[in-house]
Design a protein around this ligand. Structure first.
Ligand code: ZN
Length: 314
């Protein structure tokens, strides 16, 4: 049984995942970066032991998916926005020492891509792009079944490719990158910016709420959904033109309302990507559900130590 660890900005999830990708037990804890790396490591270790006990199994390997940037080959954290003080810490080495098993870590979007490719909607798709749309936009690219890595094993930041230079400013330094236009918070801030002062639904607005309001016929929310479909579609059309992949698999919290967007996205891709056989690129929803990152983390171990013959160099 593989111990899986999903490290996010707000929470850390841990679970036992069997050989078919099933979650046999699961625990979570707030990340609380200010308590320091040692505290997080203690909690991860305790949760792994408890989770193995609950599933009645022994841990044979550990896979980690983490919000980035991380160094997949050394197992160290880079300068992660949510926990900059953890830079240089090495959970792969530390967990290997604690549990006396092999461990590996990937960026969480790459982990989720591996999970969907191994056990989910991306099975038998060798050129696969996984895109998660939530508070940000992340993507993992698998080419010929292998994680695409950039220079120095970096993870390309597809959520920050430029879509409209006249768009809003983003933390990455660009104006109008994909994330700034199409992530969940972009839906909220756009609706807030165009709503008249007497619009009754401004407080507590979230992307999820906007989607609900759109389903109830709220005209402003419907406009926000229309705009979201357009910008999501533009970014995806760029990916189809650039990579011409077998499949794009969509996950993340905004995609829980995918029925509002999917037809529009597919139409936009068909109409825009005429130079590649876009009709053969399947655009589908992630099938591993809320635990896709956790299941993907387990898949990281399989990818590093089984699928690739234990070469450790991929
Ligand atoms: Zn950006």
């Amino acid at each position: 049984m593989i111990g899986a660890v999903d490290i996010g900005g707000t929470k850390i999830a841990v679970g036992m995942i069997d050989e078919s990708g099933r979650v046999c037990s699961r625990l979570e804890s707030p990340t609380e970066p200010d308590r320091g790396y040692a505290s997080a490591l203690d909690r991860i270790t305790a949760m792994l032991r408890e989770s193995a006990r609950k599933a009645g199994c022994e841990i044979t390997g550990i896979g980690i998916g983490s919000t980035g940037p991380i160094h997949p080959m050394t197992g160290e954290f880079g300068n992660v926005n949510f926990f900059p003080a953890w830079e240089g810490e090495n959970p792969v080495r530390d967990l290997e020492e604690q549990f006396h098993v092999t461990a590996a870590m990937e960026n969480d979007a790459d982990a989720a891509a591996l999970g969907e490719a191994g056990w989910g909607a991306g099975r038998n798709k060798s050129r696969l792009i996984y895109v998660t749309v939530g508070t940000g936009i992340g993507a993992g690219v698998l080419l010929d079944g292998r994680v695409y890595r950039g220079v120095r094993d970096s993870h390309p930041e597809i959520g920050h490719h430029l879509v409209d230079p006249s768009g809003p400013a983003c933390v990455c330094g660009f104006h109008g990158c994909w994330e700034s236009l199409a992530a969940g918070p972009a839906m909220v801030s756009w609706l807030q910016s165009i709503a008249p002062p007497d619009y009754p639904r401004l407080s507590g607005l979230t992307a999820k709420r906007i989607c609900e309001l759109a389903c109830q016929g709220d005209p402003l929310a419907r406009k926000a959904v229309e705009r979201e479909t357009y910008y999501l579609g533009l970014g995806l059309a760029n990916l189809v033109t650039l990579f011409s992949p077998d499949a794009i698999v969509l996950g993340g919290s905004v995609m829980k309302s995918a029925n509002l967007f999917l037809d529009g996205i597919r139409n936009l891709v068909q109409e825009s990507c005429k130079l590649v056989p876009s009709e053969h690129t399947e655009i589908s929803l992630a099938s591993l559900g809320d635990d896709s990152n956790l299941i993907g983390a387990a898949r990281v171990w399989h990818y590093r130590f089984v699928s690739e013959g234990g070469l450790g160099a991929h």
